[in-house]
Design a protein around this ligand. Sequence first.
Ligand code: FE2
Length: 143
Amino acid sequence: MTTAYTQLHERKRTWTPVQVSAGNLLPGGEEVIQRALSLRILEIPVGNFITDAMKGDLPNEIGCKELLLSNIDDEINHDLALNYAAAVHPVPEKIQAEASKIAKTWIGFDAHPVLKAAILERSVFFVLLPIFFTFAATSFVIM
Ligand SMILES: [Fe+2]
């Protein structure tokens, strides 16, 4: 049986993060990439928020649980891919420390875990993707 959840799941493409080599960043955009990469520490928390949400009531529809589990796996891959990128484009400690404060604040924010995950995906990671394409297109963008 097809549901909205199974349809979303079937539309996903499989990909495997791979190590990358350092390439050229768009001149002047180096700090933008460093700050974008620093926020990779929020990838695993997105998966954790989804895990937390799964402890509550889920829609009783075919494919819902499987889609959410798949989303958690996606976050692990996102984390791995961005860690590969950060390995060749290191993030200064000061910038990483700022991102850690952001992560700590967001993790502790008192809101429903689905809301916290959705806001991170839509307001942070969906925004970062075009930034990576723009400033690091010839470097490490593999997503
Ligand atoms: Fe992600």
